[in-house]
Design a binder for this molecule. Sequence first.
Ligand code: PLP
Length: 395
Amino acid sequence: MSVRQPATIAVRAGIDSDASHGAVAPPVCLSSTFSFAEFGKPRRHDYSRSGNPTRDLLAEALADLEGGKAATVTATGMGAITTVLQLLRRDDRLVAPLDCYGGTFRLFDAWAKKGAFQLEWVDFQDEQAWQRAVPGARMVWLETPSNPLLRITDIERVAALAHRHGGLVVADNTFLSPALQNPIALGAEIVVHSTTKYINGHSDVVGGAVIAADQGLGEELAWWANCVGITGGAFDSWLTLRGLRTLAVRMRAHQDNVESLIELLERHPAVRRIHYPGLATHPGHLIARRQQSGFGAMLSFELYDGEAAVRRFVDGLETISLAESLGGVETLIAHPSTMTHAAMSAEDQARAGLAPGLLRLSVGLEAVEDLGADILRALDRAESVSQRVKHHGAR
Ligand code: PLP
């Protein structure tokens, strides 16, 4: 078959694959088990933990979209990360970003403390630090853009150094989805996703995926996911396939909504700083331009006056929901230090750059006028009395 564009791969995933009835939309195959053709002769599938027709359709589409050779669909994004960690032995060193997603941080930290592998936290914004840490590491973990500060790491440069010393590079591509970044093309051996986010896109499924650049590695990961028992369910896979079909168009629309919201944040005196790789002032802007095909629709911003301002901002939101997660059609706002990254100690949060006044915004697909009005009202509430006096004069 001729090479197809990503939008076509996503839309056509599993379409017309039903040999029994010619159903255009693939049916969901809920059976937990499959009969043998005869004694000693299983069919393609024998048991749904090991393999399921609906889950296979999603895995094939994700492998194609990421430019990988094989994919394993897991029950959650953390399940995808857990699957990858099975590759490590107790003496192997894992190098990971100290400012990654809080759940990833907690898992790495807990397993390293149990002796599953050696762990070294690294600040990937510090060139000397990562150049020193990467050589000799068995696995280098990247999360770019990072959650929640949208920090960018140059995948190609880190991968080149890791490969010179025999290391494997894993990239968590959750914040951009395969529509906007393909880490395998930049040198990563493995890509992980929380499909809960943009890939499903409707905040109604929790799921994950791990995609390998190489068939052998893909088979090893699939073996572990089955062995540990963290493969994804059939119905979840079917819903995720449905969400995936609109990925390209959703990502475009998500990004279209970002610009005017950034302008609004930039102008408001309650905002101390904005983290968005699309801004020319963002330290990773040039790398993002090169390695991403869009800047995405995740951003974070810090309010003056810390948690007190955050409380004033979120109390009274009318359109935007205060909730964990991201990448759905609806706009969500989260306070990382008490929500998504609460598992990290105060010292680890401070080291990762998480300020108490930081908010993370997942820009959805509502009319941007409504989002802007909600944010403007919230910023006006967040502005402290002393700031107001400073900017508007005593009244
Ligand atoms: N990776 C990143 C970057 C995330 O933001 C998340 C969840 O927020 C995960 C992994 C974990 O995914 P899940 O919640 O689907 O287990």
